[in-house]
Design a protein around this ligand. Structure first.
Ligand code: ADP
Length: 481
């Protein structure tokens, strides 16, 4: 055993002190004596001893209490207790507080030395084991830190923006792409801040204030400089929310060019089609037709009318998408709902459908374009009537809730397959289960969606195949002055 170990004696009895000192000093242990509380504390501050011998009775306190206190602070420090007498209760307490050994009179040098060396050996083994454990834990911690570092590097290298917020909407993390997208140059500038302070963007704030159950799969975030991001929001249990962003400005630009092209083509095709219809009307007037000729002409007429309808809807959509309907006024939405309902009610009755209307008691004003809003209602109620089989049920319901107008058009029609639901608001998309003989261009809901977007609202569908569909439109309520 190394002879230069430091042994601290907390023994007040002078004779005992001398005995321990001469026994331990003879094998060149360094011995320090602390016979006062203050010297003990000072000695411990200067150097932690390799071993302590504490007498059961110190004149300022019980040696047990000192040992217990020291073992709480230095759990691996070997402590030998010197007790005047050896009783079972004393031994029990010594074991309970974790004393290494105890000595009792008569004190013999060999007993003292054996006890000291054995206690030091045990402490050494414990020390080795602790060091090994610490090394092992440190290595596994280092591995975790390396892994986290790798995740951090990956998240910072990807092109998509990632923003993670805690439950109180404070920024936990924003990767380099997200910071670039929102013009934040330093990570530290936003870490821990409420997102509303860290990032100023109206669309993002609107997205973050939506109820997570109603959040759409793709949301657009627009910037004044023309950039557009697509954003997806997910709740992460025990963390908060994660929002990912993709820059879709390029696709939006292409989409715009495509729309302009469609608009131009539709416009140019309309005049020759009007001419065709005009000449068809004239054919009958210039000479008698056979039954078969009349039937063929009727078919030509129906088809040309179909194409004209399609072109008209395309032009209409182009106009709405181009944002030409900027003129908005304060309108009474419930009046528009009532008018749309009353004009379509007859069609439902002709199909023996039960159709009902429910309007709110309080006023439902909003700032909007009445013609477009009527068009939106005609399309939604018209679809419900068109797709629901004879004898089915349709309900149109308007509610005012938390500064929002909520319109629900419910039907007991065929429903929409889950795989089709995310696409039905796309242009020309028709679900795979459209009943035979039910015509359409696949443009109605695209028009509806554009109108809703133009009014700062949201639309979604809840549908169960074979049971029916509910289209919900939420529009911002505006108080009448
Ligand atoms: P369409 O001219 O085909 O009716 P829409 O854009 O209005 O075009 O609707 C797109 C598709 O959504 C429809 O083709 C149909 O498959 C589905 N759809 C719309 N409304 C309903 C409804 N009330 N019930 C069942 N399916 C519907």
């Amino acid at each position: 055993m190394s002879a230069s170990k430091l042994i601290l004696l907390a023994v007040t009895h002078e004779q005992l002190q001398r005995l321990f000192q001469s026994a331990l000093g003879a094998v060149s242990y360094q011995v320090a004596i602390a016979n006062e509380r203050l010297t003990l504390e000072r000695d411990l501050r200067e150097a932690i001893p390799d071993l302590m011998i504490i007498a059961q009775h110190l004149h300022w306190i019980s040696g047990f209490d000192v040992a217990q206190d020291l073992l709480e602070r230095f759990p691996t420090l070997p402590i030998i207790l010197f007790a005047e007498e050896e009783t079972p209760s004393l031994l029990k307490r010594a074991i309970q507080i974790g004393i290494s050994d105890y000595l009792s009179p008569p004190l013999r040098i060999e007993t003292v030395m054996r006890s000291v060396e054995e206690s030091l050996r045990r402490a050494n083994r414990l020390g080795d084991w602790t060091r090994r454990e610490v090394r092992r834990t440190t290595a596994s911690l280092q591995k975790r830190v390396d892994e986290l570092q790798k995740f951090y590097l990956i998240l910072n290298a990807i092109e998509d923006g990632v923003l993670i917020l805690d439950d109180h909407q404070r920024v936990l993390f924003a990767n380099a792409a997200a910071r670039r997208m929102f013009g934040i140059w330093q990570e530290e500038a936003i870490a821990g801040k409420p997102v509303s302070e860290a990032i100023s963007n109206v669309d993002l704030m609107a997205l973050l204030s939506t109820d997570l159950h109603n959040v759409l799969p793709h949301n657009e975030i627009a910037f004044d400089d023309g950039r557009v991001l697509s954003a997806q929001l997910v709740a992460i249990p025990k963390v908060g929310t994660a929002i990912t962003f993709q820059d879709i400005s390029y696709w939006k630009q292409i989409d715009r060019l495509k729309s302009e092209f469609i608009h131009a083509v539709s416009h140019d095709l309309r005049s020759p089609l009007t001419a065709i219809l005009g000449y068809i009307d004239l054919v009958e007037r210039v000479g008698p037709l056979t039954e078969q000729q009349r039937e063929f002409i009727l078919r030509v007429q129906q088809n040309v009318q179909g194409i004209t309808l399609l072109l008209n809807e395309l032009l209409e959509l182009g106009r709405i998408e181009a944002g030409l309907d900027t003129q908005k006024e304060l309108v009474c939405f419930e009046e528009i709902v009532r008018q749309a309902y009353e004009s379509l009610e007859v069609q439902a009755r002709m199909r023996s459908q039960r159709i009902t209307l429910s309007l709110p008691d309080q006023p439902s004003t909003l700032r909007g374009n009445p013609i477009r809003l009527r068009q939106m209602l005609d399309n939604l109620i018209g679809n419900a009537i068109k797709y629901t089989p004879e004898g089915g049920e349709i309900s149109v319901q308007l509610e005012v809730q938390n500064n929002q107008l909520i319109l629900r058009v419910r039907d007991t029609g065929p429903g929409i397959p889950p795989a089709d639901q995310p696409h039905i608001f796309n242009k020309f998309y028709r679900a795979s289960n459209v009943p035979r003989g039910v015509g359409g261009t696949g443009l109605g809901l695209a028009i509806v969606k554009s109108i809703v977007d133009n009014h700062g609202g949201r639309i979604w569908v809840d549908s169960v195949l074979g049971k029916g569909s509910t289209f919900t439109v939420v529009l911002p309520y505006e108080k009448k002055e």
